[in-house]
Design a protein around this ligand. Structure first.
Ligand code: AMP
Length: 121
């Protein structure tokens, strides 16, 4: 899928739409999710035109990919959730119900988060 720079996170990166910023560096921007599913629910997005992890891993240099994931870890430090624990999750593609077509990692924390997925079998 080609990257469409009219998506909402591209607008946030360009400063056209506000966000509640948590952390920013050369690789990533982290901000609070508008519909939080946990006491802490933050999104970390790469500063590049990548639809998904698949897209970013194929197109971005390894140093960028590494810088992005270091930014995810730094976001957890800034939020002071490393000791209590946190969960990261990324929805990629149709089966995962990805809604925004700019790669993003969800960071959840602030309460016991339960099991990973509801069992359906
Ligand atoms: P996903 O299903 O992984 O694509 O999740 C997209 C997430 O983006 C959802 O959790 C939304 O609540 C969140 N979201 C959508 N628009 C905004 C926005 N303007 N600011 C912050 N979070 C947003």
């Amino acid at each position: 899928m080609a990257y469409d720079d009219s998506n909402i996170f591209a607008k946030i990166l360009r400063g056209e739409i506000p966000c509640k910023k948590v952390y920013e560096d050369d690789f990533a921007l982290a901000f609070h999710d508008i519909r939080p599913l946990a006491p802490v629910h933050v999104l970390v997005i790469p500063k590049g035109p990548y639809v998904s992890l698949e897209d970013m891993s194929m197109k971005a240099p390894p140093a960028f990919v590494g810088g992005f994931f270091k930014a995810v870890a730094e976001t957890a430090r800034v939020l002071n959730v490393v000791e209590s624990g946190y969960r990261i999750l990324a929805n990629i593609g149709t089966d995962a119900h990805q809604e925004v077509m700019h790669f993003h990692v969800h960071l959840f924390a602030g309460r016991p988060l339960g099991g990973m997925l509801k069992r359906v079998d």
